[in-house]
Design a protein around this ligand. Structure first.
Ligand SMILES: *Cc1c(COP(=O)(O)O)cnc(C)c1O
Length: 337
């Protein structure tokens, strides 16, 4: 498919040996946290498509939004700068933020930063970004707006591809993953995996661990993104128009599972037990998870692997490590050693 080639792909798949033994099930991890360094994490797979579209349209400014410690904003800023484009990010804050983690990197990599509060972000982030775009356009820039998480029809193609990459790796490894577990925040990652699963008939169980909002929210969002993706899949000759039309009618909110039991005390807020869990896994496997997404998702996975949990029937699980390491440093003081 037509896209930029930025991420280090395919990302490795490793078995979590001790974790698997502890839980009596094979758990593998796909290292999408190792897609790069400045643009590490899952967002770069989506940005390969979004920024290709921006370049095709002749744009020279990327505008996007997220929380103050947004991995997506940091990845977008680094890609923009890499291509000699300007970048502007709309960041959601409550207080004056300390210059650290991803926000520090946004500044270091040269982004223009605009702040808004949680209410403004929820109700009118698109309008605010459009206003920013108009102002830059008046100065002569050609802006391209990427929605939160690059979670739209074009961005989600990154995870449509990732699903195909996984199936290719299964063949090379001689393994079949029955279940794929991921963290979900803006829905584009699970939507992409899900459409590939359906179109190619892979028959995998996909479980998205919510880090905010609830089941109904994510199923609606993912369905909307999936429908949007269909026209791009036709354009890229992945599917016929006829097939896309049939899929638009047959896609269901329940095509994959969302688990919202591990949101905890809210987005980007950590409970002590979640941080203990991150510390325990770091010491067990030498793999570091982030507090906002993968820490919560793997905390949920551990709990669902217990008797009575909904992962008990799984045999070969693939957890996709979607990155987020820079977001761990700002919470380092909350850890107990
Ligand atoms: C954004 C993000 C996710 C969630 O991906 P979505 O496509 O937004 O649902 C998971 N993990 C990390 C580290 C992220 O930055």
């Amino acid at each position: 498919m037509r896209k930029l080639s930025l991420a280090n792909l395919p990302t490795k798949i490793q078995k979590m040996e001790r974790f698997s033994e502890e839980n009596g099930v094979n758990v593998y991890i796909k290292r999408d946290d190792q897609t790069g360094s400045e643009w590490s994490g899952n967002k770069i797979r989506k940005l390969e498509f979004s920024v290709q579209e921006a370049i095709d349209k002749g744009c020279n400014l990327l505008i996007t939004c997220g929380g103050i410690q947004s991995n997506h904003c940091r990845a977008t800023v680094s890609v923009a700068t890499y291509f000699g484009m300007k970048s502007a990010v709309l960041l959601r804050i409550s207080d004056t933020p300390p210059v650290e983690g991803n926000y520090f990197l946004d500044l270091l990599l040269g982004a223009d930063v605009k702040f808004c509060n949680a209410d403004e972000y929820r109700t009118s982030r698109m309008e605010i970004m459009q206003k920013m775009a108009d102002e830059y356009a008046a100065q002569g820039y050609k802006p391209y707006i990427i929605p939160e998480g690059a979670s739209n029809g074009v961005g989600t193609l990154g995870y449509y591809n990732a699903m195909n990459e996984i199936v290719q790796q299964e063949k090379e490894m001689g393994t079949v993953f029955d279940t794929i577990v991921i963290a979900t925040g803006s829905g584009g990652t699970c939507a992409g995996l899900n459409i590939a699963n359906i179109i190619k008939g892979y028959g995998k169980r996909i479980i998205a661990m919510a880090v905010c909002d609830d089941v109904d929210y994510f199923q609606k969002v993912a369905l909307k993104i999936s429908r949007e993706a269909l026209s791009y899949l036709v354009e890229q000759k992945e599917i016929s128009l006829d097939k896309a039309e049939k899929l638009a009618d047959s896609l269901q909110q329940t095509d994959f599972e969302v688990n919202d039991k591990y949101v905890g005390i809210g987005y980007a807020l950590s409970r002590p037990e979640e941080l203990e869990h991150i510390k325990r896994l770091a010491r067990l496997e030498g793999i570091v998870f982030d507090p906002v997404y993968t820490g919560k998702a793997t905390y949920g996975m551990v709990n669902e692997l217990k008797p009575g949990g909904n992962l008990r029937t799984a045999k070969n699980i693939l957890f996709i490590h979607t990155g987020g390491l820079y977001g761990l440093f700002p919470v380092s003081k909350q850890f107990k050693f």
